[in-house]
Structures are given as structure tokens and as C-alpha cells.
Design a protein around this ligand. Structure first.
Ligand SMILES: [Zn+2]
Length: 262
């Protein structure tokens, strides 16, 4: 049986799905010949055992933590493996699925499966029409959209930055410093984030002093976030929120034309 891998949006469009609530992953899996089993798993978040010759697979998803949005992303990730790495037996750890490992540069198998998951759960054509209801790109918009699409706030913020609806960055920091970041295409590549949080940033107060999450964007000097020469002459907006005991996520929205890619 020959199989031609398809992009996630091609699958959704072939099924004529138009709204986020129509994205029923179990039904999509079943149509692709994959059966889904939720169970408690030790040491991995999801796995797939597939047979390319008969076009059938079994996907198992860890339900031990009870986080439904994470399970949804895990299943979408395994469907990405089934589409693009058909026939391989894969065990995917927490760091592989939407985590920092999957966000490294280069096109690893895990990164490919994460990209597929992101496009399946948050297709560009649905996001574009959903975004027309919002006036600005901030975490309030991200939260509303993450609820509408049943994904985590981080996954939604990452996707919106990636799609470059506004010149922006999403960054993850721990006490040890920068974990990873995503920069939208319209932001100049010379803008490098500081390796550790500046005490002037809201993120620093939230991570180190237990301050509450930002409820809106706040205007900052750009050199609070970048050590690139000239940063002190520009401003940007920051909104930060805690995602774990030792992890904070920051959305930066750029204001200055000077900071855009040329
Ligand atoms: Zn994987």
C-alpha cells in the first residue's frame, strides 16, 4: 500500500473542516487507520506502533496527568509520525512533544511531528478568521484562542508568533537563564535575547519574586530584553506568565520599525 504524506492542513481541507470544534482527533485518526488508546504510561507521553504495509497503527497516549490539552497535542504529534514516518515504532518523551527538544533548530523527526501537530490543531486558515475578532495581539487574545482551539497557551502563543501576525517573540526562561525562544520572521535576526532575565523586566519579578502574571502588555525599553547595540533607543511590549515552578513564558511585541527584518 503506497502512502504519500500530507500536510495537516491538506487533511483538514480534504475533510472540509472549517471550525476548531470540528477537529475531532480520534475521528481523524480512525480515518487514517490509527486506533487510539489512552492509558497510564511510564517514561513516555505517547507512542505509535504502525504497519505501513497494511496501513494500520495503534497510538497510545499517556493520560496519567489528566491534562486533556496536553493529551490532544500528544495525539496530534503521533498522527504527524503516522503521516510522515509511517511504519516506525516510536516512543515519544515529554521533551519530544511540544517541548524544548522539539523546538531546536534543524528538522528532526520530533520537530516535524510537532509542526504537524501545531498545524493540525491550529490551522492557519482557521486562525486567520478567528483573529479578526481581536483588536490586538496580547495574552488575552492568546488565552481566548487557546480555549477555542483546545490547546495550551504556550502552544497557541508559539503558533501565532510563528505565523507572524505581528512582529513578536515568545521566550521561555528559568532561573538558570534562557531555555528557548521563537522569533517571528518580520523581526530582524540581529536581535538576540539576553541570556538571563534583566531585573527591570516583569518576567524577573514573576520568576524570582513571586509577582503575579501580567494582565496586559506593558511598554519597556528594548534593552531590558536585548543586548544588541542600539536597543536602548527603542521600545517594545512585554507580557509574562508563569508556566511552572521554574519556568516563565514571555510574549514580546515589537513597536519599532527599526527592529524589523530588512
Ligand atoms: Zn515523537
Amino acid at each position: 500500500m503506497t502512502h504519500s504524506p500530507r500536510r495537516a492542513e491538506e487533511i483538514l481541507q480534504a475533510l472540509r473542516l472549517k471550525r476548531p470544534e470540528d477537529i475531532n482527533l480520534e475521528a481523524i485518526a480512525w480515518l487514517q487507520g490509527a486506533k487510539v488508546d489512552y492509558r497510564e504510561m511510564d517514561g513516555c507521553e505517547a507512542c505509535i506502533h504502525g504497519r505501513a504495509d497494511v496501513g494500520r497503527a495503534i497510538i497510545a497516549v499517556n493520560d496519567a496527568h489528566g491534562n486533556l490539552r496536553r493529551q490532544r497535542f500528544s495525539l496530534a504529534h503521533e498522527l504527524g509520525h503516522w503521516e510522515w514516518h509511517r511504519g516506525e515504532h516510536l516512543f515519544c518523551a515529554k521533551e519530544d512533544i511540544g517541548g524544548s527538544k522539539g523546538r531546536e533548530r534543524g528538522m528532526s523527526r520530533e520537530k516535524g511531528a510537532n509542526r504537524f501537530a501545531s498545524e493540525l490543531l491550529m490551522p492557519g486558515f482557521m486562525l486567520k478568521s478567528a483573529l479578526s475578532d481581536f483588536r490586538k495581539f496580547d495574552m488575552r487574545t492568546v488565552r481566548s484562542l487557546s480555549d477555542a482551539f483546545s490547546v495550551s497557551k504556550t502552544a497557541m502563543a508559539y503558533r501565532l508568533v510563528d505565523l507572524d501576525f505581528e512582529p513578536s517573540l515568545l521566550a521561555s526562561y528559568s532561573r538558570g537563564g534562557l531555555n528557548w525562544f521563537k522569533r517571528s520572521k518580520s523581526v530582524g535576526e540581529r536581535w538576540f535575547l539576553r541570556r538571563t532575565l534583566d531585573p527591570q523586566s516583569n518576567a524577573y519579578d514573576i520568576l524570582h519574586k513571586g509577582a503575579r502574571d501580567d494582565i496586559s502588555l506593558s511598554l519597556m525599553d528594548a534593552d531590558t530584553w536585548f543586548d544588541t547595540e542600539g536597543a536602548d533607543r527603542h521600545e517594545l511590549c512585554e507580557q509574562s506568565f508563569r508556566v511552572g515552578d521554574d519556568e516563565i513564558m514571555t510574549l514580546l511585541v515589537l513597536k519599532s520599525e527599526y527592529m524589523m527584518a530588512r
